[in-house]
Design a protein around this ligand. Sequence first.
Ligand code: FRU
Length: 493
Amino acid sequence: MTDWTREERYRRIEDVDVAFFKDLKRKVDQSKFRQTFHIQPETGLLNDPNGLIYYKGTYYVSHQWFPLGAVHGLKYWYNYTSKDLVSFEPHGPILKPDTKYDSHGVYSGSAFEYNDHLYYMYTGNHRDSDWNRHSSQMIARMAEDGTIEKFPKPVISQQPEGYTSHFRDPKVFKIDDRYYAILAAQNNEEQGRLLLYATDDIVNWKLLGEIKTHLTNFGYMWECPDYFKLDGYDVMLMCPQGLEADNDKYRNIYQSGYMIGDFDIDTLTFDHQSFIELDRGFDFYAPQTFTDENGQRILIGWMGLPEIEYPTDQEGWAHCLTIPRELTIEDGKLKQRPYKALEKLRHNKETALGYANKFTRKLHPYEGKQYELIIDVLENDATEIYFELRTSKTTSTVIAYNKEENKVTFDRSESGLLPANVEDMTRSTVLDTPLKKLQIFVDTSSIEIFCNDGERVLSSRIFPSEDAIGIKTSTETGQVYLQFTKYDLRNDI
Ligand code: FRU
């Protein structure tokens, strides 16, 4: 990767000549890894989803954006709107680093409705001349014509006493008529924490205090928190940094997970079960939730992680968002299913029914690069089943299921080009119940695997060659009886 100087990273898009941007765009458009039904950056680097809301009949989905290359530089918010969370209209940057408070990045934040208007609350990232970080929390209001007016100064000017300047990512929520913001923080002992603020008028925000959880020593920073009620439970999400890997758990550089429990907002006590990762694949971070037009809780994440080099970096772009997922809690467990409306993308249905055994079988007459594949496991006597996707003569992306351990393992070691600085080639998870169903979304350079109707999700980027289109099934020993349903998907968002 070319080394970017600080000047290059903090160059504003407005100061770059048109020719540079056109060249970059041309290079990005030529990439063989461009996605077809995922939100991806026009150029440069995409990270966290921001400002997700259904407001007056329209969905707003923004993302963190550094336009000029595949590095974490000066961040903007790039905005899309949608009528159905399936097709999206791009609108370009909606929040720009144009005040002294956000001069070094419009960092992550959320959207909310107040007095009939759409507002954003986000973190202003500022560096002083000694490159010390100053984080403040800002508010911006969207005018009728879609333009943005920032409040003249931050509504929370700095972190409270006892915390460092790693203080960011406000997620606003409303209970009765009061607005609250949950914030990511780091205490002076360099431990991750969550802070809660409240307001009655959105201008004056009062610190209620630190949320008391059962986690005291759990990483040095908890980024991108979220809080919501779901099916009678309180749920908190956060992204801890600095956890050690623990067998199959916490294998990525940073984690992203949830805790289910009971939150007493008066005493700020969150009595919760253990922290569980939201996704067991290689590439998932910084998700945010909101409610759709039916009041259903929806989650969208960043299908990427910081500090990893991806094969598309060379092409001037990196990352994408995940498909939206519907969240529910069933029998006390969080379930994540693909957003129902994505069914609109389906065409060319193909099905196959049959046995597979240890001799690699082509159960199915199809192949592809962008599709949804539903595999129903009807009978299984196999010790291990291997589903291979995006296969060519030399590459294969493997999902293995071991019956005895009840474990799903995703293996991308032979899947094509690989991201650098990633530990290990596989990610595994033990299911709650024997494997009955896989619902897999494959796009040009990604795979999202939903196991057992929302029980587990594994999301990963893959970078196979263009001829890697095969689908194969085999077993170690024994046989498996399967029903395959495949739909081609295409959207070009
Ligand atoms: C998470 C994060 C956030 C921050 C943003 C900056 O990926 O580090 O904590 O607001 O990215 O781009």
